[in-house]
Write a protein that binds this ligand. Structure first.
Ligand SMILES: [Zn+2]
Length: 255
C-alpha cells in the first residue's frame, strides 16, 4: 500500500482551511481517509460564531476520522455524528443557525478486505481507479448544476440548492455515498476543489489524466502544476475561478 498526502494553503500566512488525514488501520483492517474544505466566509461577513474555519475543520475532520476508523456506523452515520459533536463543541456565544456558520465540503473513503466505501458532499471529489485503469469520479454535482444567474450563497444548505457540512447532522443523508468491492479499486484519491481545478478549470486533462498525474507526480507534484497554471493566469483573464489560488489538498491511496 502506498499513501501520499499534500495540503497546500492558497496564500500563506493565511491559514490553510482544508483538512486532510488518513487512519491506518481502521479497527484492525483497512483504513479511512477524510478530506474537508472549509468554506471561507466573506472578509467583512459575520458568521455568528466566535470560532474560525480552521477550528471547525480540525474539529469536524478529527471527529469524522475517529468515528470512521472506529467503524461507528456507515460513513454517513459517522459524518452525522461528527457534525453533532462539532456543533456541541461551539459555545453559547455561537449562533449555529446563522447561514454563514462554519462549514465545509467533504470527501471521505473507508476500506477493508472486502469493500471500499465512499462519500462526497459539495465540490470535493473522489476518484476511483479500477485495476484496468478506468477512473470513475464520485462527484456531488448540485453546486455546479445551479443556474449561473442564481447567487450560490443563497442556495447553500437549502432545499433545491446544495449542501455543506455545517451544524445540522441531517445533511449527512444528502451526501453522495456508496460502496464498491475492493477488488474493483486499485487506487483512490480524495481532492478538494483547489486540486480538481486541474481538470475542471484549467483543463489540463480529464479525470483519468488527473489520476495518472497523481500516481506519477504524487499529490504535491499535481498541486505544483495547479500553482503554475494559476500563476500563468494571475489576473484570471483566461480561466474563470472565484479565487486566483485556493487551498489545495489531495490524498492518494494505492491499495
Ligand atoms: Zn463557534
Amino acid at each position: 500500500m502506498r499513501i501520499e498526502l499534500a495540503s497546500d494553503p492558497a496564500a500563506p500566512p493565511a491559514p490553510n482551511e482544508d483538512y486532510a488525514a488518513v487512519a491506518l488501520p481502521a479497527s484492525g483492517a483497512g483504513g479511512a481517509l477524510v478530506v474537508l474544505d472549509g468554506v471561507t466566509p466573506p472578509r467583512d461577513g459575520d458568521t455568528g460564531c466566535v470560532h474560525g474555519v480552521p477550528w471547525f475543520v480540525a474539529r469536524l475532520g478529527g471527529a469524522f476520522l475517529e468515528l470512521a476508523g472506529a467503524r461507528a456506523g456507515t460513513l454517513a452515520d459517522c459524518l452525522a455524528d461528527a457534525v453533532r459533536r462539532t456543533a456541541a463543541a461551539h459555545g453559547p456565544a455561537c449562533d449555529l443557525t446563522h447561514r454563514r456558520t462554519p462549514q465545509a465540503t467533504v470527501a471521505a473513503a473507508r476500506w477493508d478486505g472486502e469493500t471500499v466505501e465512499h462519500l462526497v458532499l459539495c465540490d470535493a471529489a473522489l476518484l476511483l481507479e479500477r485495476p484496468d485503469g478506468a477512473v470513475r469520479p464520485v462527484l456531488d454535482l448540485r453546486l455546479s448544476r445551479l443556474p449561473r444567474d442564481l447567487p450560490a450563497e443563497e442556495m447553500r444548505n437549502r432545499e433545491g440548492g446544495f449542501f455543506t457540512a455545517a451544524a445540522d447532522p441531517e445533511v449527512a443523508a444528502r451526501a453522495v455515498a456508496g460502496s464498491v468491492p475492493r477488488t474493483e479499486v486499485a487506487a483512490l484519491t480524495a481532492l478538494t476543489d483547489g486540486v480538481t481545478r486541474w481538470t475542471e478549470v484549467f483543463g489540463l486533462g480529464d479525470w483519468t489524466a488527473l489520476q495518472g498525474r497523481l500516481r506519477k507526480a504524487g499529490p504535491q507534484g499535481v498541486v505544483d502544476e495547479v500553482r503554475a497554471a494559476e500563476a500563468a493566469d494571475a489576473d484570471r483573464g483566461r480561466y474563470r475561478r472565484g479565487k486566483v489560488h485556493d487551498d489545495a489538498s489531495a490524498v492518494l491511496v494505492e491499495l
